[in-house]
Design a protein around this ligand. Sequence first.
Ligand code: FES
Ligand code: FES
Length: 162
Amino acid sequence: MTGSKDDREFELTVNGKRLTVSGAPVGASLLSVLRDNLGLTGTKGACEEGECGSCSVMLDGNLVCACLVMASTVTEASIATIEGLAPSGTLSRVQEAFVDHGAVQCGFCTPGLIMAVSDLIDRQPNADRETIREELAGNLCRCTGYGRIIAAVESLLNEGDL
Ligand code: FES
Ligand code: FES
């Protein structure tokens, strides 16, 4: 029954906190539960079919599209969202680099890109430009043309002390 509410509560671990989800639609995606049930609206939804990357979050250390994950199936997982990168209000290194390089225009793609770049610099601290482009190919931006985003990432990799 599409759109019906799930009477059962379940819990998710998001940014290190155990949170109770109640009243979510049956089969709700992690994206919709994060935004609509838990109020974590930093994660954005656009295509809702795994094509744009705007909903990128970390799930047990892996970058995933939250729109493709059924929330009730990840109750034992560790989920990290954009809100978890700056819990005290101080920007993360990646967020600062985006600001410094003017890599944000409308900002809709930015949370997903910040999550993807944070993951990239952890996994591939020596990535070259081609690798950066390949790694970020799943995160679409309609505004920037990617040049300033790539520059922001390269500035992080060039710090040499990751
Ligand atoms: S909203 Fe999830 S990939 Fe586009
Ligand atoms: S800054 Fe607008 S979509 Fe990327």
